[in-house]
Design a protein around this ligand. Structure first.
Ligand SMILES: *Cc1c(COP(=O)(O)O)cnc(C)c1O
Length: 270
């Protein structure tokens, strides 16, 4: 299983050769389709040599991302694997659609329709943009990420790659050493500037990782404001950083307690 573009926002142009080697050894390639934002209408997972993959509609096709929202996504396979798909699948015959369980299927692995709302939303997004529009989505996502990368480079180290696809991973390692400003501090303080906190401490190959993925929808003004906020935070110190965020109802919860004993209902005034 591999991800291309990968989690560092880098495209592996040798992916087809990797797939050839795996195929020669009798293996199959599963593509983690989490990063399709960068390549819509530009290149095809089939050309990478992938045998099967999933799409993440909640990432690539506008579904709400994070916060525990429901997920759903299609699994795509090459012809020779179609007989093994879990059933039922929908097949088209003329103008009719019929439910069908493939001949070598293990059968049902879950309720059939799943979170169908996520899929309808993705389908409408795809139909609204169309072929040219989807290509533009990726071009804008990649342009936005590279624009932001060129600005963030002056503030933080970005250890992997001079250019990126739709995302890049910066490191707060140096800031932590020189200014006691960790990736978590940055993420928390960004909330006070009105920005959704980026993913931090992932991927693990980058110390004090801050993963930035602006997406196709952010304007140049927003990207400039993000870079500006990041820069201003690096000039701050003390309580402003340590106790951030200051503008939210809850500031720094005990993460372990929050996971073990979640408070799942709103209680007014407490
Ligand atoms: C987001 C992500 C996942 C997880 O996808 P979900 O469907 O949101 O759980 C897996 N792999 C990579 C590379 C991702 O970026």
């Amino acid at each position: 299983m591999l991800t291309n573009p990968n989690t560092l926002g880098l495209f592996d142009s040798q992916v087809a050769e990797i797939a050839d080697l795996v195929h020669e050894a009798g293996g199959l390639i599963y593509l983690d389709g989490a990063n399709m934002n960068a390549i819509l209408g530009i290149t095809r997972p089939g050309d990478f040599g992938a045998d099967l993959m999933h799409f993440n509609p909640h990432k690539t096709f506008s579904g709400p991302h994070g916060g525990g929202g429901p997920g759903a996504g299609p699994i795509c396979v090459r012809d020779f694997l179609a007989d093994y798909l879990p059933g039922p699948v929908i097949v088209r015959e003329g103008d009719e659609y019929r439910s069908h369980t493939p001949s070598k299927s293990i059968g049902r692995v879950r309720s059939f329709f799943g979170n169908v709302g996520v899929l309808i939303r993705a389908y409408i997004y795809i139909r609204t943009y169309g072929k040219e529009g989807l290509r533009k989505v990726s071009e804008d996502a990649v342009l936005g990420a590279n624009y932001l990368l060129s600005k963030v480079r002056h503030i933080m180290d970005v250890p992997h790659g001079d250019r990126c696809m739709h995302e890049f991973v910066a490191s707060a390692k140096r800031l932590k050493k020189e200014k006691h400003l960790s990736a978590m501090d940055l993420a928390k303080r960004l909330l006070d500037y009105g920005f959704h906190a980026p993913t931090v401490y992932f991927p693990l190959v980058v110390e004090e990782a801050v993963m930035v993925e602006p997406t196709e929808t952010e304007s140049k003004e927003t990207l400039d404001a993000f870079a500006q906020a990041l820069f201003r935070i690096t000039e701050e110190s003390g309580d402003l950083i340590e106790d951030a965020p200051h503008s939210t109802k809850i500031s720094r919860p005990d993460d372990v307690a929050a996971a073990r004993k979640p408070v799942l209902k709103w209680t007014d005034g407490e």
